[in-house]
Design a protein around this ligand. Structure first.
Ligand SMILES: [Zn+2]
Ligand SMILES: [Zn+2]
Length: 369
């Protein structure tokens, strides 16, 4: 198969022929339909997040099951699936606690070593040299994914566009619902109207938020935020965003999602929630990045700062798919750009320059042999 291989920080991805991978017990082989273009891959390509090389990145995927390993019962050959970027092992203490997003094998074997859960990769080059896998390595034409992270699409869902359900919407659902526990009638602010932020606005609307304030520094992204369901939009270059949000909501929002990953925006989020409000940071940052939160404000006002990473695949992904199937979230409109497989590097370059409003996908259909 052909795969876009990441060889070195700062160098373009390189289209390479790899051996066709095969699934082991408990795993699924998927013919990839589309791979979403997410900042986490870009962080790896830029060296902000350490990862072994050579590697195949890409962790936001949809496709069709072409083979299942022994013991797989939740999906079958021919099923259209979307995958969650977190692939729970199902058997570690975190998975047993129900906190699949903290799966120890996912972090210890996949995120550190690029392996699946027998501590080996499924990808090899033509000479048999191993190639690391970031999540399920969706920038290859074929992907092996643990069955715990593969979810059959409900009828009627668009195959390629469904890729964005497994990271952007999954992460947004985790932040808004699982972590910030936003409930009907509450108010929410979303800082950063990128792929995850726009999805968070849609999820907040779906759960019945009465007011959703989008905060960004880019008017184009704020216009997209209004289209996604934000009731108010604040450009934080033009105004003190926290003051505006407190004014708009009579003292602060019930909850805020911070989808930027910067200290100043986390401080901003803490300043824009009401007393007892919840802040859910979801944006990753470089090593050592910190946020300078005023202690007395945090303590006296009982502001809850709750880190949020993805969501719980087997609990939350069925809910995300249900929202997509019912039309409560419009994942199709979230996809604003398409690139061919051979143009994957261009997609990440455009994302890195801040040119992508909404979500781009690598669409394998029409990408040629
Ligand atoms: Zn992602
Ligand atoms: Zn686990």
């Amino acid at each position: 198969m052909r795969a876009q291989v990441f060889r070195q920080v700062g160098q373009p991805l390189e289209m390479t022929t790899l051996r066709d991978p095969r699934p082991e017990p408990g795993e699924v082989l998927v013919k990839v339909a589309a791979c979403g273009v997410c900042h986490s891959d870009l962080h790896v390509m830029r060296g902000d997040i350490a990862f072994p090389t050579p590697a195949v990145l890409g962790h936001e995927m949809s496709g069709t099951v072409v083979e299942v390993g022994p013991g797989v019962t939740n999906v079958a050959v021919g099923d259209p699936v979307a995958t969650t970027f977190i692939m729970p092992c199902g058997a570690c203490p975190a998975c047993w606690r129900g906190q699949e997003e903290l799966c120890q094998k996912f972090f210890g074997l996949n995120r550190l070593k690029g392996h699946l859960y027998d501590d080996r990769t499924r990808l090899f080059d033509g000479r048999g040299e191993p190639v690391a896998m970031y999540s399920m390595a969706a920038l290859g034409e074929l992907s092996v994914v643990p069955a715990t992270a593969a979810f059959k699409l409900p009828p009627g869902l668009a195959l390629a566009e469904s890729a964005v359900l497994g990271c952007a919407f999954f992460t947004a659902f985790g932040a808004v619902r699982t972590t910030a526990k936003l409930s009907i009638g509450e108010t929410m602010a979303v800082i950063g109207a990128g792929g995850v932020g726009l999805a968070a606005i849609q999820v907040a609307r779906a759960v019945g938020a009465s007011r959703i304030v989008a905060v960004d520094v880019d008017d184009g992204k704020l216009a997209a935020a209004r289209a996604a369901g934000a009731t108010d939009a604040v450009n934080s270059l033009a105004a003190d965003a926290a003051a505006v949000v407190r004014e708009l909501t009579g003292g602060g929002v019930d909850a805020a999602v911070e989808a930027v990953g910067r200290g100043e925006t986390i401080v901003q989020a803490v300043a824009m929630v009401r007393e007892g409000g919840r802040v859910a940071p979801v944006g990753l940052a470089g090593p050592g990045a910190t946020a300078d939160i005023p202690i007395t404000h945090l303590v006296r006002r009982k502001v809850q700062v709750l880190g949020s990473f993805g969501a719980r695949p087997r609990v939350d992904m069925p809910a995300v798919l249900g929202l997509a199937a019912s039309g409560a979230i419009d994942y199709r409109s979230a996809v604003t750009r398409r690139y061919r497989h051979q143009d994957a590097w261009q997609a990440y370059a455009d994302l890195g320059r801040g040119e992508v409003i909404g979500r781009a996908i690598i669409d394998y259909a029409g990408s040629g042999g």
